[in-house]
Design a protein around this ligand. Structure first.
Ligand code: SF4
Ligand code: SF4
Length: 385
């Protein structure tokens, strides 16, 4: 990852919609597959895109606990929606990954490490909450004594185009977590979509030497009607977009003394209350951009002469996850929900130095029982039973 360019040294550029297409073309030409948002099956999902026409033009969303719907916007915004069901983690940390395979040849045993598939990907439209989630995964998977070499290889092959969130969802609370809505670091380029009297355009600023180089190349190739230097109005407009988004968070979480609050209440009756609603379905952990727990599946052929080890996403909501010899350590849903929430918001701080929650709201939107982490914590804080 390149050195960061000082944000106060740069003025950025403005791209009109054809200029945004030129950026996609340039990234593709430089060997990155561009992965961006698009509409499929009634949701905004990530897929490889080649054209701005594949972006969700005029599409917004309505999100609440256990509820997600697309809606038609009254403008032509290309990024006028909040975080969708997919975090970016599945691209860098796949849900299922071969670690190694082995086979017996006569009396000999052969072990073959898996070949890492590290495609060059440009992640297009990464929100600030998800940038912070990537930083957490970097800390956990790439910056500890033993690194996840496949993650590191993929991460190094990734170009990040960040995005200022303009229309947060009903379950977002990144402001509470100090993680958004304006990208502050960890990107190569950052876009802010502007729709005002000066037209539909994007302020783009570099966040790395590599991003600056792409921007310089874009400037030298694109026509004057597509790309131009950013003016003061564009920067003021972008600041207003971020400020307005910060005012429209669907939820909030009071983080004051949160770690100590949760440690002090392991037997609070609210844990039993939430357990009576929780289905232990694991959805919240699968959609969460920071959850990283895995287990290893052993797959053998019928003759017993070949075997494979697959790492798969796991979840602290399953009984098997905490199985030690003789049984599961957390055999009640109450203990599993408490483990998840307390790890995210308390012991994660001791382990990694930050909260494990970036306030994206996905666990709330995609919980079939409409369980809301912010409400559960507020109930514990209130002291009421
Ligand atoms: S909190 Fe919701 S999403 Fe998470 S395991 Fe329970 S029911 Fe499933
Ligand atoms: S715990 Fe919920 S709100 Fe926090 S990062 Fe995970 S999915 Fe997002």
């Amino acid at each position: 990852m390149d050195d960061e360019v000082r944000m106060d040294d740069i003025r950025g550029m403005v791209l009109f919609v054809p200029g945004l297409q030129s950026l996609i073309d340039l990234l593709r030409e430089r060997g990155w597959a561009v992965i961006g948002p698009t509409v499929r099956d009634g949701a905004v999902v990530h897929a490889e895109i080649e054209s701005v026409d594949q972006l969700p033009r005029g599409v917004g969303d309505l999100q609440d606990a256990g509820s997600y719907r697309l809606r038609e916007r009254d403008d032509e915004a290309l990024f006028g929606f909040a975080a969708g069901p997919q975090a970016w983690k599945s691209l860098l940390f796949p849900s299922r990954e071969l670690l190694w395979s082995g086979r017996r040849v006569g009396a000999e045993k052969e072990v073959t490490p898996a070949v890492v598939d590290a495609k060059r990907l440009a992640l297009f439209g990464v929100r600030s909450c998800d940038l912070h989630a990537l930083a957490i995964h970097d800390r956990v998977l790439a910056k500890r004594e033993v690194t996840d070499t496949a993650y590191v290889a993929r991460r190094e092959a990734t170009f990040i185009v960040a995005l200022t969130c303009s229309d947060p969802g009903g379950t977002c609370f990144c402001v509470s977590m100090g993680t958004g809505p304006v990208p502050d670091e960890g990107f190569d380029l950052a876009l802010t979509e502007l729709l005002d009297q000066d037209g539909h355009r994007f302020l783009v600023v570099p966040g790395s030497d590599r991003g600056q180089e792409v921007l310089d190349d874009l400037k030298s190739r694109a026509g004057g009607g597509e790309v131009m230097p950013a003016g003061e109005q564009d920067h003021l407009g972008a600041q207003e977009v971020g400020a307005a988004a910060a005012q429209h968070m669907g939820r909030s979480l009071d983080t004051k003394g949160l770690r100590d609050l949760l440690y002090a209440h392991p037997e609070h009756p609210r844990w039993a209350d939430v357990a009576s609603r929780c289905l232990a379905c694991t959805n919240c952990t699968l959609v969460c951009p920071t959850c990283f727990c895995t287990s290893v599946d052993v797959v053998s052929d019928l003759t017993g002469s070949a075997t494979e080890r697959w790492r798969v996403w796991d979840s602290c909501f399953t009984t098997d996850f905490s199985y030690l010899h003789g049984g599961s350590v957390r055999d009640s849903v109450q203990s599993r929900y408490r483990q998840w929430a307390t790890h995210k918001l308390a012991s994660w701080v001791d382990q990694f130095g930050t909260s494990g929650c970036v306030g994206c709201g996905r666990c709330i939107t995609w919980c079939p029982a409409a369980i809301d982490l912010t409400a559960e914590v507020a109930a514990i804080r209130s002291g009421k039973e």
